[in-house]
Design a protein around this ligand. Structure first.
Ligand code: AQP
Length: 350
């Protein structure tokens, strides 16, 4: 079975972008794949070191996974810091990756802002840790939102560079797999990961500005729908969402140049598992005064059961803690295996 890996940072309230871009896909992929889903707490300290309730945040992401329908028995749910091999492999990848590659990452530029000299070294090295998260399990498929595409391309560059630099040794140890890179067949240890992005809402945009992504760190709570929002709040946020004065078009081409309209239609399509064309066939010609309440009803219908289950799981965290502990142990056993082989390939004495 293909091995799927993905992670979510415990850095605040999960929002509809995280749900549609990532968690909903995690749930769907369980059917045909072996899945590892991680609360990436080591990533959470890259932009901001001190958090008020990091333990609570970690538990709440795990609760969102379970409440959304992830099965922690058939698959693995754990938090990253419980498996030290992530950080160990990240160090090796820090020595494989080039500073120039990191400097090109748009997320680093966005998050570091103007004061780049003052950003943490961890923020710059974030994509190297992300590559290690995936490759320590030699996972091949990664469901993410569109904003993570560049980081996954970098994970492929790191894997390829490692495979080429240690090519003869990988052959000696016999642990690798044959793959085609460009024209060249190589015998590599790390797979070249495939991002799973797609769908009608690969990048959910802010409700206040259709050109900015919906984000946990946006200071305006009205810009996003949080998984923990109640029905009234969802209704209010969608009612206040920025739109233009025109009616909805009947065809997808008509959304061109209308970012806010495109975003709301994409959200509706993703929530109802339909295409944008299908949604417009129903709502084309209608005003937002009709479409917005329909969207709010749909969002509440999908999110309310998840919110209720998350609240129940967070009332007594023993169950979540047990899931994370068990997942951490199972993940560690796999990661240890990779690190032993990697150490052997590099030539460390253990
Ligand atoms: N707006 C979005 N649309 C689609 N997918 C999104 N994701 C995040 N925002 C959107 C996807 O959610 C997964 C987990 O994200 P993360 O926890 O790593 O956080 P992030 O990508 O840095 O974005 P956030 O959640 O909005 O946080 P901040 O405010 O810190 O930037 C990933 O698969 C991501 O693609």
């Amino acid at each position: 079975k293909p091995l799927v890996f993905s992670g979510v940072q415990p850095t605040g309230n999960l929002h509809l972008g995280n749900y549609l871009g990532a968690i909903r896909k995690f749930v769907a992929l369980q059917q045909d794949n072996d899945c590892i889903y991680c609360v990436v707490d080591l990533h959470a300290i890259t932009a901001q070191l001190v958090h008020d309730d990091l333990k609570g945040q970690i538990r709440s992401i795990a609760a969102a996974f379970i409440a959304s329908g992830i099965d922690p028995v058939k698959h693995i749910v754990f938090n990253q810091s419980a498996v030290p091999q992530h950080a160990e492999l990240a160090w090796i990848f820090n020595c494989v990756a080039r500073i120039g590659w990191m400097n090109r990452m748009t997320q680093f530029k966005d998050k570091a802002g103007k004061d780049r000299e003052n950003a943490s070294l961890g923020l710059l090295a974030y994509p190297s840790l992300m590559a290690a998260d995936i490759l320590v399990y030699r996972a091949t498929h990664v469901p993410v939102g569109d904003d993570q595409k560049q980081h996954l391309e970098l994970a492929r560059d790191i894997a390829q560079r490692f495979n080429i630099d240690f090519g003869p040794k990988i052959r000696e140890t016999g642990t690798g797999v044959d793959m085609i890179v460009g024209e060249e067949p190589i015998h590599g240890y790390f797979p070249l990961v495939e991002p799973l992005i797609g769908g009608p809402a690969p990048r959910v945009m802010s409700l206040k500005d259709g050109t900015k992504k919906m984000s946990k760190s946006d200071p305006s709570d009205l810009s996003r729908i949080n998984l923990m929002d109640d029905a009234d709040t969802i209704l209010k946020k969608i009612r206040k969402a920025k739109t233009d004065p025109d009616a909805l078009p009947s065809e997808v081409d008509g959304l061109e140049g209308r970012p806010e309209a495109g975003n709301l239609v994409g959200i509706y399509a993703a929530l109802s598992d339909r295409t944008k064309a299908d949604v417009l066939a129903e709502f084309g010609g209608q005003q937002f005064s009709v479409f917005k309440p329909a969207l709010a009803d749909l969002a509440v219908e999908v999110l309310a059961p998840i919110t209720t289950e998350m609240r129940r799981l967070m009332d007594d965290t023993t169950h979540i803690d047990a899931i994370l502990k068990d997942g951490g142990e199972r993940a560690r056993a796999r990661a240890e295996n990779t690190m032993n082989e990697v150490s052997d390939i590099i030539g460390f004495l253990r």
